[in-house]
Ligand binder design. Structure first.
Ligand SMILES: CC(=O)N[C@H]1[C@@H](OP(=O)(O)OP(=O)(O)OC[C@H]2O[C@@H](n3ccc(=O)[nH]c3=O)[C@H](O)[C@@H]2O)O[C@H](CO)[C@@H](O)[C@@H]1O
Ligand SMILES: C=C(OP(=O)(O)O)C(=O)O
Length: 417
């Protein structure tokens, strides 16, 4: 198990080029199967989940070449429709191969997806939509065996705007017979990116970024060239790391629009921003302040993936912040660990009350999920003294060599294998 060794107390300042988005790249990789052609993806994030997803494509029979951040994926030939259990266990987004394989081969076999333990994360919304579109699902020995001889368009009302379910339906509907409309669809920028990619491959989709998406199934898709947009959660993580260590940072390749809610919260804490095309610069105040409340929710509300990160920052802000997590029911694992570093956080009825403390101190702590681990890492960078953060493998799922990036900005952090 890898861990980070951190000597805190140094400001993180300078420029950071934000990488391609994990949550945009993973569904797009699954979608390449629908093209049955060569696809070139640029600006790929070189993170654990990206490599795992490339492995899925390879085990299905696709040819994959990775040069720098450019992946050339040839999905013309595949010889399997089963996703291996060990990959499914490791990565939530493996569920998207269900929609992609069904759309392409009319059959797929996959287990219940694992990934970060931040809640129960059922897949009932995915499965009920699939059934409405003509997919026969049989569950046996923990595996979903799916068959779809005729996939038909349908009007689907999501009981919750699930990101993954919206993506899965998009994948299934892109080549279905007739028109599918997703009502109460997720509106996240990653949905927009997936639709832009599918459209570049010849799909007919309208309304992405709104609650109603219409998909007119086409018979065939084709290869395309696509650049993965920047990772808004990585951008937010670096802004928070810099703000809580008292550093000034410029993010390259980031745009205000997709990080607006995070920027608004940081402005409330006293941070100043300058926005330019493709560049966001931030200067923190001498003392961060809080005294507001924050509720996570589906886009355009505050992103749940930023909740642990912003909480870490707020432990050092003067005042009190109430944080409600409404998306995942068990996404507070980092709280106990932040408290071990001196944070003052109390959870009452699912709401975290974060009271700013005078300073954090180094400690030995455990990251138990991706963003929780990142939250502890930035807390350690802001803390006095040495910290050990276990669970580096979670952080590596979504951040590319974060220890190097923080070191280049002036932080003292090493990854120990
Ligand atoms: C790979 C990826 O893109 N992951 C993101 C995606 O996860 P993911 O796609 O898993 O998130 P969803 O939007 O589906 O989940 C949101 C909520 O809906 C519930 N739910 C979901 C599906 C379902 O069939 N039934 C159900 O009850 C979940 O348990 C959760 O409470 O969106 C989340 C919410 O923005 C982000 O935190 C994740 O980083
Ligand atoms: C929860 C996350 O990812 P996943 O859905 O892949 O577990 C995340 O990116 O914070």
């Amino acid at each position: 198990m890898g861990y980070y060794l951190v000597e805190g107390g140094k400001p993180l300042s300078g420029e950071f080029a934000v990488r391609g988005s994990k949550n945009a790249a993973l569904p797009i990789l699954a979608a390449t199967l629908l093209a049955e052609d060569e696809v070139v993806l640029e600006n790929c994030p070189l993170i654990r989940d990206f490599y795992l997803t490339l492995d899925i494509l390879k085990t299905l029979g696709c040819k994959v070449e990775l040069t720098g951040r450019t992946a050339v994926i040839d999905t013309r030939q595949i010889h399997d429709v089963k996703i291996r259990e060990e990959t499914v266990q490791k990565m939530r987004s493996s569920i998207l191969f269900l929609g992609a394989l069904l759309g392409r081969e009319k059959r797929a076999v996959l287990g219940h997806p694992g990934g970060c333990a931040i809640g129960k994360r059922p897949i009932d919304i995915h499965l009920s939509a699939f059934e409405k579109m003509g997919v026969e699902i049989r569950e046996e020995d923990g595996l979903f065996h799916c068959l779809a001889p005729h996939i038909l368009g349908y009007h689907i009302y999501l009981k919750y705007p699930s990101v993954g379910a919206t993506e899965n339906i998009l994948l299934l509907a892109a080549k279905a017979e007739g028109v599918t409309v997703i009502h109460n669809a997720a509106r996240e920028p990653e949905i927009v990116a997936l639709v832009q990619f599918l459209r570049a491959c010849g799909a007919e989709i309208y309304g992405e970024g709104t609650p109603s998406i219409m998909i007119e199934g086409v018979k065939k898709l084709h290869g395309s060239y696509f650049s993965i947009p920047f990772d808004r959660i990585e951008a937010g993580t670096f802004l928070c790391a810099s703000a809580m260590t008292g550093g000034e940072i410029c993010l390259l390749g980031a745009e205000k629009n997709d990080i607006e809610t995070t920027v608004e919260v940081l402005q409330k804490t006293g941070c100043n921003f300058i926005f330019e095309p493709d560049r966001v610069c931030m200067r923190p105040p001498k003392q961060l302040k809080s005294d507001f409340s924050l509720v996570t929710g589906p886009y355009p509300r505050f992103p749940t993936d930023m909740q642990p990160i912003i909480m870490s920052l707020l432990t050092l802000a003067k005042g009190t912040c109430m944080i409600s997590e409404t998306v995942f029911e068990a996404r507070f694992h980092h709280v106990e660990e932040l408290c071990r570093m001196g944070a003052d956080i109390v959870i009452k009825e699912g709401i975290a009350q974060v009271r700013g403390c005078l300073g954090l101190h180094g400690a030995e702590v455990y990251g138990r999920d991706l963003r929780g681990g990142a939250a502890l890492l930035i807390a350690a960078l802001a803390a006095e003294g040495k910290s050990v953060i276990f669970g580096a493998e979670y952080v590596e799922r979504g951040y590319e060599k974060i220890e190097n990036a923080f070191s280049l900005l002036g932080g003292n952090v090493r990854l120990m294998e």
